[in-house]
Design a protein. Sequence first.
Length: 251
Amino acid sequence: MRITMRPLIAGNWKMHGVGSRLNQIEDIAASVGASRPEADVLLCVPATLIFRAARAAAGQIAIGGEDCAMEAEGAFTGDVSADMLKDAGASAVIVGHSERREHHGETDAVVAAKARSALRSGLLAIVCIGESEAQRRDGKTMVVCGEQLAGSLPEIPDGGELAVAYEPLWAIGSGHIPTAADVIAVHAHARSCLVLRFGDEGRAMRILYGGSVKAENAQSILDLADVGGVLIGGASLSAADFDAVLRAVPR
Ligand code: 13P
């Protein structure tokens, strides 16, 4: 299926950035305001920056969080709820990033609970899936991604917006990306899982690709069938690199 929806170009700053980096967001916002790319633009930043990032974005780009708690509120010292992210100025949140699955032991059930919480708070939930290098070598990519989708996606309340990000673990920060045929195959598989589960809503959901997306490869990735946008780590940290990706958006 060919995606004709407006692509989502999303950045993930991970655990990078203090207040002195906000000028990068101001620059990205200014350039998006001037060039009006045919894409929705989102920067997901550390929770400590969301309030100031939303101000720096000046309504030109959306700001999101990188994780949220499963619960709405309560005695969970150190956790940040989806409502808190929203209150600070976020309109989206990434859940189930492989770095959280790996370093914090987040299971599919935990990721689904976090996504549910995000949707309840009115945030776009971007749910990450992706296989490890060993799983790909063993021919398990489709099974792993299918299982992650089945386990990590919550029911969608009325008006809730969900997106999936396919991020092969071995492509993150490595400079290696899958072949076009591999991206197309996984996205097609994810699409059929989404349609099976959600019907027409599943047809309209964006499936982003993430993992070593840069200016040089962004256009060819965005051109692929069923790629509804990209999730960018390292190249989202500087306004110059992120702008270069934005310029690659097909017009
Ligand atoms: P890189 O773009 O640095 O490979 O990171 C991808 C990623 O993990 C985005 O969530």
